[in-house]
Design a protein. Structure first.
Length: 320
């Protein structure tokens, strides 16, 4: 129990420190619980998107299509909701997301080219498909009565259910062990009898379930979904990807499910803090890049720092 509490404390230290810094810089904006609640709500969709991407990332692949697949899911779900209501929104988003993911996974299997190149090309194709689906105005809107999932308390319930499902699939299934094995070493996995390409396809398909949830929440929050072109949908990838990278670094002290949410909360705190401090978008990206580097360098060198701190007293004793 003591060890669990110690790990929880270490995990929460990151967002607490970041929030504390911005509390000092922008006291009027950050000195109330409403700010914490706002950051919490804004962290939900990126967290679920990161859950969708985590399976692909851990299998050693890179996927540019995640943003375009979320947009297609939202567009199809929005169109379906006009005819079939809430059921149309949910089923439409799920069907479009799963089909797009399955196509991506199968093409990755067949083409046998670098996933970065393949998914970049597919992103442009999916964006064109989304533009055609959305019609001449390039966006789809939904009736407000079908947008309930995008607001509290329903969006919090969706986050909780998504986290439980992700935790179970990511930690307690045969697929999850195969996924990690493939991501660690494909050749060894193949020699051990694991069907590597099938596992990769499953990473896309299983992740698409969470991508569909992100699509539904995104269109529900804003009431509409707009098509993107010229790789504009890739913007939906970067914040979840950074969250996953930080969560992987935090794995020694917490599991991926919690680590991803903590990472997204911390990143959103930085975004809102920099906006409140009056920094332009360019500086926001610079600060986020520096923050990611600091977290990764510090965490990956914890043992070295401990060794250095233990050596200093010994050196002083010898000198005296």
């Amino acid at each position: 129990m003591k060890e669990i509490m110690k790990k929880c404390g270490k995990t929460l230290l990151l967002p607490v420190i970041v929030y504390g810094v911005f509390l000092i810089i922008c006291f009027k904006r950050f000195n109330n619980l409403n700010c914490v609640y706002t950051i919490f709500l804004q962290s939900i969709v990126p967290t679920i998107t990161a859950y969708a991407y985590a399976f692909i990332y851990m299998s050693g692949l890179f996927d540019f299509t995640i943003g375009s697949r979320i947009i297609i899911g939202g567009l199809v779900g929005g169109i379906a909701s006009a005819r079939f209501g809430m059921a149309g929104l949910l089923i439409g988003a799920l069907a479009a997301s799963v089909l797009a993911a399955a196509l991506t996974g199968i093409l990755n299997w067949i083409c046998k080219i670098t996933s970065l190149i393949l998914t970049m090309a597919l992103t442009m194709i999916f964006e064109i498909m989304g533009k055609n689906i959305s019609g001449k105005f390039s966006f789809v809107s939904i009736d407000y009565k079908y947008a309930a999932l995008g607001s509290a308390p329903y969006i919090i319930i969706v986050l909780f259910v998504s986290a439980v499902v992700f935790y179970f699939i990511f930690n307690h299934t045969k697929f999850s062990y195969h996924m990690r094995a493939v991501g660690s070493n494909e050749a060894v996995s193949r020699n051990a009898g694991i069907h590597v390409q099938r596992v990769k396809v499953l990473c896309f398909v299983i992740g698409s379930l969470f991508a569909a949830v992100s699509a539904v929440l995104t269109i529900s929050q804003s009431g509409s979904m707009g098509a993107q072109t010229n790789l504009g949908s890739a913007a939906l990838l970067f914040k979840p990807l950074m969250g996953i990278i930080i969560a992987v670094v935090l794995q020694p002290v917490c599991n991926m499910t919690i680590g991803i949410f903590i990472s997204q909360f911390t990143l959103n705190t930085i975004f809102i803090g920099l906006i409140a401090a009056g920094f332009p978008d360019t500086f926001q990206n610079i600060f986020l890049g520096i923050f990611l580097l600091i977290v990764m360098v510090f965490t990956n060198n914890v043992e070295g720092l401990k060794e250095l701190l233990h050596k200093k007293p010994a050196l002083r004793a010898e000198a005296s």
